[in-house]
Design a binder for this molecule. Structure first.
Ligand SMILES: [Zn+2]
Length: 433
């Protein structure tokens, strides 16, 4: 029996705002010198503390939604999502349930579009650390991360292969990075991935899905799809249905292990947070936020290709803002060196971090100032090279057009590399006819 992979993704991204989601504490959990230094009654979850939403975080969430082609709600609200875990002292997480900021977006991949169901905002939890203190195994809680703004991007089950998953996730990362709202560092955990996986015989949605958590790289995400595919196929081949559950991905063994049976929304007993009034999003506000939209990676690639840069080079360039800035500067200084600069950067012939675009152009200009373009200067050399090599001329006339390279080389040698290769080739062809 052959099966079709059906996968949706849930992507959590920590925003890089100055303060946390619902309090004024510093949002910098990765650089904090000690645990629990960026805390207050709100992010410690003390009773009676009142959350106040971070306007910048809301704008960043809407900006991500706009970049992913989403509709932006005119009214949105925060809800309480109840569950118990030691890293969540309130007993609930402030999240968004049925009225998220953004819905119905779309991201194209070369394997087909992936629809974005929603983009919403919530608070991150504290971080558990398992350690041994005085010979005792203990779990410690660091609240520096508690209530850090967290954007969740949820997709429709449109991902059909591990390759498509990788392309899609990289695209999301590049888009969000280009907005300057998050660093999306998977190693630190500021971008985290979950996969909802099932198999179908005919492409229709199956009656079960397995959620895989703890995925911290694009490769592991793709691996988890491949390994779950085999596990589900085996169960389905036996005529059974895989259990609807949450599993954790283990990179060391490339396997998933069962963690718990999956909750559904009713288990979380969502209800609107009574401490936070609904948020009205005027069109004027959305238009103001939209002004921050930079050129997105796909359109940047198109523009680079339009400048004569090859598509594979353009894809490398757009993944690195410093490279793009370099090319933009070269373009401003002298457009005719853009293609050469792109090639030199991609082929690591210049170090774009140390050689300034100004110095680069200067070196190109002095090189071309030395070049011989004048046909009247090149023609005598060409005539001499042709006269000295009658056998190669005969080869050329017999149809071996490739020998033109031999003549160009000979002219280069005679001019110590100063002959302009394009003009030299043109003159040679005229002389050889
Ligand atoms: Zn706080």
């Amino acid at each position: 029996m052959t099966y079709q992979l059906i996968c949706g993704a849930e992507i959590h991204i920590e925003l890089g705002t100055k303060s946390k989601m619902f309090c004024g504490c510093k949002n910098d959990p990765f650089h904090a010198k000690k645990p629990n230094i960026y805390t207050c009654p709100v992010c410690l979850g003390l009773p009676g503390a009142l959350p106040v939403p971070n306007k910048k975080a809301i704008e960043d969430c809407i900006l991500i939604g706009l970049a992913l082609g989403c509709k932006i709600a005119s009214i949105s609200k925060f809800d309480r999502k109840h569950y118990f875990y030691p890293d969540l002292p309130k007993g609930y997480q402030i999240s968004q349930y049925d009225e998220p900021f953004c819905t119905a977006g779309n991201v194209d991949t070369s394997y087909g579009p992936v629809r974005i169901t929603r983009v919403h905002l919530e608070e991150d939890t504290a971080k558990l650390q398992h350690a041994t203190v005085d010979g005792q195994k203990v779990s410690l809680i660091d609240f520096n991360r508690s209530s850090v703004p967290l954007v969740e991007i949820v997709t429709e089950p449109d991902i059909k292969s591990p390759e498509q998953a990788k392309e899609f996730l990289k695209k999301i990362r590049d888009i969000v990075r280009s907005l300057g709202v998050a660093d999306c560092d998977m190693e630190k955990g500021s971008m985290r991935l979950e996969a909802n996986i099932s198999l179908s015989k005919d492409g229709s949605l199956p009656n079960y899905k397995v959620e895989v958590k703890n995925i911290n790289s694009f490769r592991y995400f793709a691996n988890s799809l491949a390994t779950e595919f085999l596990r589900h196929a085996e169960i389905l081949d036996r005529g059974e249905t895989p259990i609807q559950e949450t599993r954790g991905y283990r990179a060391d063994t490339n396997t998933t292990v069962s963690q718990r049976t999956k909750e559904d929304a009713a288990d979380y007993r969502y209800f609107p947070d009574p401490d936070i009034p609904p948020i009205v999003i005027s069109r004027e506000w959305v238009e103001e936020i939209a002004k921050r939209l930079p050129e997105l990676p796909s359109s940047k690639i198109d523009n680079l290709v339009a400048m004569g840069i090859g598509e594979s080079a353009a894809k490398i360039l757009v993944s690195n803002q410093a490279m793009i800035n370099y090319i933009d500067r070269v373009k401003t200084l002298n457009q005719k060196y853009v293609q050469e600069a792109a090639k030199d950067i991609v082929n690591k012939k210049i170090d774009y971090l140390t050689v300034t675009p100004e110095a680069y152009i200067k070196s190109r200009e002095s090189k071309s100032a030395d070049m011989i373009f004048e046909p009247s200067l090149l023609t005598p050399i060409i005539e001499q090279v042709i006269a000295e090599n009658p056998n190669v001329v005969a080869d050329y006339k017999a149809g071996k057009i490739g020998v033109i390279g031999f003549f160009v080389g000979a002219v280069m040698k005679a001019t110590h590399g100063k002959a302009d290769p394009k003009i030299t080739t043109k003159l040679l062809i005229n002389h050889l006819i």
